[in-house]
Design a protein around this ligand. Sequence first.
Ligand SMILES: C[S@@+](CC[C@H](N)C(=O)[O-])C[C@H]1O[C@@H](n2cnc3c(N)ncnc32)[C@H](O)[C@@H]1O
Length: 219
Amino acid sequence: MRIKIVSPIFQRPEREFGEFVSQDELVEFDDDGFRNFNWKEVDGLFINDEQLENCKVFSSREKILEVLPKNGVCAELGVANGDLSYQILDINKPKKLILVDIVIQKELPIEPDVVESIEGDSAEVMNQFEDNYFDWIFIDTEHTEEQTDKELQVCKNKIKHDGYIALHDYIRYIRVDDKNNYGVVDSVNRFLKEHQDFEVVCLSLEPHMFNTIVLRRKQ
Ligand SMILES: C[S@@+](CC[C@H](N)C(=O)[O-])C[C@H]1O[C@@H](n2cnc3c(N)ncnc32)[C@H](O)[C@@H]1O
């Protein structure tokens, strides 16, 4: 969607500078240019420093894959055309890789003994697995706060005690369409606040800032 700034405090989708629009189409910005941003709520979501003590920073999510368990049982939630799935197979050589997507888009990696593709909602599909089953789970689906909350709640029980939950797009990206705002930061930080037995062990710091964060129970 193309955006035009029509005044310092108003932004409207797909409109030219100088056009007249109805009041309903105007979206208000605060002085810093952030739209509908709830500073007070975010101020309450700082991660406890103790939960960051063992966090290592990586240049990319591929570098993170390299330190996640090899020959393990893992899942990727949100697969699209399988770009990451191929990397997981290559780098981590899992003994089992569960691929979950709401719509299986095209043919995904076929290694019948290793890969199982399941079509369905990430949280619902994961709920069907026994607890303590996965060495690690990589979440990359809707990125909304609500869906990420559901995924974290389910996945925390599905990983082994020393298992990992990786979440892609740990970013605060505010789109024009409110419904699609990225809620991964809010969800992860709230989860960490409510689960002090978890900590952050990896964070990728990437040039485009579509970063990946990895959580684990304190060992
Ligand atoms: C960003 S893409 C995944 C990209 C992939 N992980 C990669 O790095 O190559 C997001 C995917 O999540 C899927 N998705 C969205 N909502 C979902 C849900 N509730 N449950 C499962 N998959 C979902 C979409 O169909 C889409 O294929």
